[in-house]
Design a protein around this ligand. Structure first.
Ligand SMILES: C[S@@+](CC[C@H](N)C(=O)[O-])C[C@H]1O[C@@H](n2cnc3c(N)ncnc32)[C@H](O)[C@@H]1O
Length: 202
């Protein structure tokens, strides 16, 4: 996507950031078109790391944005540093009892298929996503296919996709290919409700 096609409302450092991170731009440009980011929605982003500051300005700013990470981020003013409404310090690969049905939208990019998690850890991660999502909520899960294929403990991204399908109804999915025509990543947009699947290759 070219810088000039960025929405006019993305100004200043927000515009600068997204125009120099085109790989990440895709997901944040497309996502709000699929997931309804209406006013007052409770959004949870898992492990946003360096770009957390730039998420809220491009979504509906009246959403409440929580960031969850295994890193403690002990800064006294962490919410301002990260530009989020709430910071949650948790490991998504162990069973979590809190935050049941709390979020309308959950975004999980670059965590699940990015680290050397075991299959059981991935199961627990997905169970946590499922229980944290509201009954009518939507969860966007990105599988980094090429990164996952290199992992030692659990490298089977097709099995991971099946594990997602066992728990969620996939409303739509996007597959992005690299310049060699190989799958680079798959994003699934998941709900708890059953409807027809829309598959898109981009
Ligand atoms: C690769 S980074 C950033 C990913 C970012 N969402 C992206 O797409 O570029 C992954 C983040 O996930 C966090 N993380 C790693 N393992 C985690 C876990 N088990 N539970 C929660 N967060 C975790 C890391 O601390 C880091 O901030």
């Amino acid at each position: 996507m070219k810088t000039k096609s960025l929405p006019k409302t993305w100004n200043g450092d927000v515009r600068n950031f997204w125009s120099t991170h085109s790989d990440r731009l895709y997901q944040f440009y497309v996502l709000p078109k699929i997931v309804p980011f209406g006013a007052g929605k409770k959004v949870l982003e898992i492990g946003a790391e360096y770009y957390s500051r730039y998420i809220k300005p491009i979504y509906n700013s009246s959403c409440s944005l929580s960031l969850l990470d295994i890193k403690p981020y002990s800064h006294p003013d962490i919410k301002n540093v990260l530009n989020v409404d709430r910071f949650i310090h948790l490991d998504m690969t162990v069973a979590i009892a809190d935050y049941a049905e709390e979020f309308d939208i959950i975004i999980s990019f670059g965590v699940l298929s990015h680290y050397n998690f075991s299959e059981l850890q991935c199961e627990l991660y997905l169970d946590n996503l499922l229980q944290m999502l509201k009954p009518c909520g939507m969860c966007a899960i990105k599988i980094d296919v090429q990164i996952m294929e290199k992992l030692e403990k659990f490298s089977n991204w097709e099995k991971l996709l099946l594990m997602i399908k066992e728990r969620f109804s996939i409303q739509a999915s996007d597959t992005l290919y690299d310049s060699m025509g190989l799958k680079q990543f798959i994003i699934t947009y998941c709900s708890k409700e059953k409807t027809d699947v829309v598959d898109r290759n981009i």
